[in-house]
Design a protein around this ligand. Sequence first.
Ligand SMILES: Cc1cc2nc3c(=O)[nH]c(=O)nc-3n(C[C@H](O)[C@H](O)[C@H](O)COP(=O)(O)OP(=O)(O)OC[C@H]3O[C@@H](n4cnc5c(N)ncnc54)[C@H](O)[C@@H]3O)c2cc1C
Length: 280
Amino acid sequence: MATFHTPDTLEEALGLLHDLDDTMVYGGGTAIQILLKQGILFTEHFIDISAVPGLREISVTPEAVMVGPLVSLRQMERDERIVSAVPLAASTYAKVANPRVRNTASVGGNIAHGDYRLDPPTALMVLDATVMLSSVRGTREVYAREFFVDFQVTEVQPDELITGIHIPRQPAGAAGAFVKYSSLAENDWPCASAAVLAVPGEYTELRIGLGALAPTTRYLAFDIESDMSDQDVVDAALDIASTAIDPIEDIRGGVAYKTRLGRVAVEDGVRAVMKELHHV
Ligand SMILES: Cc1cc2nc3c(=O)[nH]c(=O)nc-3n(C[C@H](O)[C@H](O)[C@H](O)COP(=O)(O)OP(=O)(O)OC[C@H]3O[C@@H](n4cnc5c(N)ncnc54)[C@H](O)[C@@H]3O)c2cc1C
């Protein structure tokens, strides 16, 4: 039987993660409860961080938003400050599961879960977000693009707690789209997803985050040359995506099906942002 610890301070939480063996941080519990019910989670100590002050905050500066790990996915979808500063993030969080899950699940638990099908990491990668990881050794900052290491493996070490996600404000004139295709039900896990962000500059940079299409979330980017037509941009995006698409067969689809759907998600995302760019 696991022991539940409910620290009142961040120092206490980090101390428990450092001192105890076989710990697991308890965020919203939506993933943990399923694993417990399936009888496949054997952890000795849950560290419930719900009483630790300051972990539910959203703060906004002219440059970025900083989101506490216990902010719910529903807040990311609905909070006016998030919607206006990082609309691509808000629209991506809005596509996770259903309102019941989004009301309970936390942004920290979402990325720490490390599932290759997660939706939010695709947007966090293209938005150049970073993740704060704290332990008794101090706090380090890891790019979302480097956070997802491999199948079910993230950068979070056993004694670390995610204490924030820093998301730079969506650049002026940027166009973003999140596309998700599911095969079982509309609000089910995806079998292919793509977040696409076009960032204007000397060259417009096209950034793509791929979800559910490889053992972990994948990030790709290239510059759009001034003489490229929209079809050229789509072709270039599909070329680069084909180097990263490497799906896992599961009950939601086989490799060939997910590969096809992944290419459709990329094309639809790219066409949506190109259309928006032409209207800016
Ligand atoms: C029915 C259902 C459908 C779903 N569909 C989708 C979907 O379509 N798209 C999608 O993206 N996701 C989907 N999910 C997954 C969902 O997004 C995750 O379950 C949820 O985001 C996990 O967040 P949580 O706070 O509940 O995490 P928890 O269950 O509390 O924890 C999950 C993991 O994160 C760790 N953790 C939690 N907080 C921290 C922290 N601050 N620091 C370090 N580690 C931490 C825990 O130790 C555990 O390993 C679905 C889940 C369910 C139940």
